[in-house]
Design a protein around this ligand. Structure first.
Ligand code: UD1
Ligand code: UDP
Length: 371
């Protein structure tokens, strides 16, 4: 019997951990699963926990309004050592590149416990972009004992940094989660979703927008908002739907610049199944999110990535995503091309996903039997 401890705290970690937790829980004779959430996110985390019906054994409830990196780091460190002493896991699982991920790995190392990192090896090679995720994932990688890399490219990044042992290329659990979510959509009637989104005119082209990166706070975020404003003015056949992240640094400029536009819908963060339903219905996606870059190719939706660099280069290479930065002119130009040039739109709408095939969690659990 192996004791597995999952440590996570934000929306994307929860989405990407959920299918793995479910898979481990299928084998109670082999694995004892304990779930510890830092609640670095509160509402956004709870939305996911509810949808996947995951009940944490430990909940640190650390989130504070407009928290700093120092707050998150010290509050998790302060609480986690007691949990590790109580559980004494054989393996701690962390995911991705948040501050919860880094501190989860660090605390495992301090206690000389084994750490497994899923979504290992992503690199932008720019220390400040994404900030602080690039350094979080580098440090989590070096602190971990097992590295579940989503792609060959991620494996190469680890090898280049001298991490040579225990790398397994398994795909990204994000696709497993998406398939679970899509399955759930079939259980609800299409009518329920249409009713939920009744404020949207689906006869128009829907542009789905999200954004939250720390390195974009301030001027870049204002640019993004101004470009959306101009796009809404310029193209009368579009509806922009923007579920706004709860971070106050995001909400302030978004609300100030975009709140009065009739074809821009600023809405609260959506429950995961509603988000993927809308993703499936939209024409294109403008985002700086990591997870959405990985989900969109499964649905054949072009993604314009509003960042200066991305570690998800597989989508760029496959031609399903394009890096457009945070400058107003470029965002407007690239979006307008996709709205008006059918050939270019078709070229980017390929339904092949370089990040996973939906079987990643199964692979990880199989590997764990022999670790
Ligand atoms: C965090 C992660 C980022 C990840 C993102 C996913 C860090 C440093 N950042 O960024 O890597 O891509 O989550 O969304 O690990 N808030 C709420 N309720 C919530 C969530 C957030 O009110 O459920 C507000 C709070 O005021 C909070 C603030 O947003 O203080 C920022 O949250 P935080 O986790 O520090 O940063 P994110 O920008 O969400
Ligand atoms: N998502 C969601 N509701 C929303 C916006 C996003 O459920 O309103 C999901 C999305 O499908 C993806 C994840 O949240 O799986 C991405 O999270 P986020 O953009 O916060 O973080 P990142 O992926 O950039 O770390």
């Amino acid at each position: 019997m192996k004791k597995i401890l999952f440590v996570f705290g934000t929306r994307p970690e929860a989405i990407k951990m959920a299918p793995l937790i479910k898979e481990f829980q299928k084998y109670p004779d082999k694995f004892e699963v304990t779930i510890c959430v830092t609640a670095q996110h509160r509402q956004l985390l709870d939305q996911v926990l509810n949808f996947f019906d995951i009940k944490p054994n430990y909940d640190f409830n650390i989130m504070k309004k407009n928290q700093t990196l120092f707050d998150i780091t010290t509050n998790i460190l302060d609480k986690i050592h007691k949990t590790l002493d109580e559980v004494i896991p054989d393996i701690i699982f962390v995911q991705g590149d948040t501050t919860t991920t880094f501190i989860g790995a660090l605390s495992g190392y301090y206690k000389k416990l084994k750490v497994a990192h899923i979504e290992a090896g992503l690199r932008s090679k720019n220390k400040y972009s994404p900030f602080p995720e690039e350094i979080n994932r580098i440090l989590a990688g070096h602190l971990s004992d097992y590295h579940f890399a989503p792609t060959k490219n991620a494996e190469k990044n680890l090898l280049n940094e001298g991490i040579k042992k225990n790398i397994f290329v398994v795909g990204n659990t994000v696709v497993d989660a998406l398939l679970l979510g899509l399955n759930n959509l079939k259980e609800k009637k299409e009518r329920e979703y249409i009713d939920y989104f009744k404020f949207i005119d689906f006869s128009k082209k829907i542009i789905l927008v999200t954004g939250h990166r720390r390195e974009s706070f301030g001027a870049p975020f204002e640019n993004i908002c101004c470009s959306l404003q101009e796009l809404a003015n310029k193209h009368k056949n579009i509806e922009i739907v923007y579920p706004v992240h709860l971070n106050p640094n995001v909400r302030e400029p978004v609300m100030r610049i975009l709140k009065d536009k009739s074809n821009v819908h600023l809405i609260e963060p959506l429950d995961y199944p509603y988000f993927i339903w809308l993703m499936n219905k939209c024409y294109l996606i403008l985002t700086d999110s990591g997870g959405i870059q990985e989900e969109a190719p499964s649905l054949g939706k072009p993604v314009l990535v509003m960042r200066e660099v991305t570690e998800r280069i597989e989508g760029i290479n496959a031609g399903t995503a394009k890096l457009v930065g945070t400058e107003k002119e470029k965002i407007i130009k690239e979006t307008s091309i996709l709205l008006t040039n059918n050939e270019e739109y078709k070229r980017m709408s390929k339904c092949t996903n370089p990040y996973g095939d939906g079987k990643t969690s199964k692979r990880i659990v199989k590997l764990l039997e022999h670790i």
